[in-house]
Design a binder for this molecule. Structure first.
Ligand code: AVJ
Ligand code: FE
Length: 439
């Protein structure tokens, strides 16, 4: 029989699965069938692929594995296996059509409710603490963020809307010194943390300074105006080669009018560049060149996490910069509540004890680090989530964006992508070594 804790956990699982599905349907019900099956960019899947893939992962893990139930559609596993077909080729596959895909995800979800009702949420590593359910909610939300990026790439009349983003008259500037010392990186106790966030381990860092806020459009514009895109000495060799090959001249989706004013295309709406908004849609090489121009560098992943989690008063690592409570509208711009990053300084309640703002939400922040396993890493429950990407040509991004749901975002959460990618909601903040006698 259930205790109150199990009942509460079931409610929490139902809540996050329901929220993910509402978002999935919002992102797929607002455009017509032709656009659901179309390829809006070779970097992205047709939205109808993401939709059925969400259902297929849910079927594999929750219906078949946790539930031990019969397969719903074993015949389509191959079509929706991300490793079998590159995104660029997915439009030519014999995919479920939009009506079939909607029916499929609904059928799977109905079975999942039944599995959830009959599970006591303990007894194996996969179900303990509701892990598999949390993993699947995060998976759906990760694809929802990917679908949101597809929406940003699509052309045509706007179909998405959201609340206007908070602004501030006094943007946060400056940097915060983090003294040398140890902290706990990663987690062994967060029940829904994914394999690459584990285990907790002690890391010792020299002192460093980190910016109190991400780099803004205004700051980035100064780099452009100073010839940043035309000065090879600011770029690494690989970065400069990419800058030329891709003809980078500004962040993606920026447009300059004949009068010289900059605009941003935000989900189909031309918007004047907001000066104090974190810059978004830049690749790692652009971040690297900007850092060189500014005489600073990107933080390492460990520096980012120490700034985001280490509480100097207790020595413990928190779940979020502001503490252990779940994010809400006062602490972070997450969950597609808005369709763009908020001005720097718009979330004072979400700052760290030392005064570092907006580490969580707004933009994914590129770090200097490649994607590697923590000491003691064990692939769980499948190697294709993280393990097969370790050591590849990836850079780690931290903190989540306005398009990341809270269930898929925390101080330990690790994202990664190729250093040339910028269709994701990526920005950055800067760091530097301390000077002699500083800190
Ligand atoms: C962690 C965001 C890099 O989208 O490629 C989704 C998440 N893994 N399905 C991705 C993921 C499998 C992944 N990222
Ligand atoms: Fe996936």
């Amino acid at each position: 029989t259930d205790n109150a804790g199990t009942e509460q956990l079931r409610d929490r699982i139902a809540e996050v699965l329901t929220r993910a599905r509402q978002r999935t349907l919002t992102l797929t019900d607002c455009i017509d069938e032709a656009e659901l099956v179309a390829q809006h960019s070779r970097l992205m899947s047709p939205l109808v692929w993401d939709l059925a893939h969400i259902g297929n992962q849910e079927e594999l893990w929750l219906v078949r594995d946790v539930g031990g139930r019969e397969a719903v559609r074993a015949d389509i596993d191959e079509l929706y296996d991300a490793f079998k077909h590159a995104r660029a080729n997915r439009p030519t596959l014999p995919l479920l059509d939009p009506t079939q895909a909607r029916g499929y995800v609904g059928t799977v979800r109905d079975k999942v409710w039944d599995v959830l009702d009959s599970s006591d949420l303990r007894g194996s590593p996969l179900v303990d603490g509701g892990f598999a359910f949390g993993m699947i909610a995060q998976h759906e939300q990760q694809h929802d963020e990917t679908m949101l990026a597809t929406h940003q790439l699509r052309t045509g009349a706007p179909v998405l809307s959201a609340l206007a983003v908070p602004t501030t008259a006094s943007p946060v500037t400056g940097e915060v010194v983090v003294p040398a010392g140890e902290f706990t990186m990663g987690t062994s106790t967060d029940p829904w943390a994914l394999d690459n966030e584990r285990p907790a381990h002690r890391v010792t860092l020299p002192g460093f300074a980190i910016d109190a806020a991400p780099v803004t459009n205004d700051q980035y514009l100064a780099f452009i105006d100073d010839g940043g895109y035309d000065r090879p000495e600011l770029w690494s060799d690989r970065g400069w080669a990419h800058r030329k090959e891709a003809n980078l001249v500004a962040p993606q989706f920026w447009e300059r009018d004949p009068a010289g004013r900059w605009w941003r295309r935000v989900f189909g709406v031309m918007t004047p560049l907001r000066p104090h908004q974190p810059v978004v849609h830049v690749c790692w090489f652009e971040a690297e060149a900007y850092a060189n121009w500014a005489g600073k560098r990107l933080p390492t992943e460990a520096e980012w996490e120490k700034a985001a989690r280490h509480d100097p008063a207790t020595g413990a690592s928190r779940r979020f910069p502001w503490g252990d409570t779940e994010p809400d509208a006062s602490t972070a711009n997450l969950g597609q509540r808005h369709l763009e990053p908020a001005d720097v300084g718009a979330y004072p309640a979400g700052a760290s004890p030392a005064g570092v703002h907006q580490l969580i939400g707004d933009v994914w922040e590129w770090t200097a680090s490649g994607f590697d396993p923590y000491p003691g890493f064990r692939a769980f429950p499948y190697a294709e989530y993280s393990d097969v990407f370790f050591g590849g040509d990836y850079r780690v991004l931290r903190g989540g964006s306005f398009g990341t749901d809270p269930v898929a975002c925390r101080g330990t959460f690790r994202n990664w992508d190729h250093p040339i990618r910028r269709q994701i909601f990526s920005g950055f903040r800067l760091a530097r070594d301390l000077l002699e006698g500083e800190g």
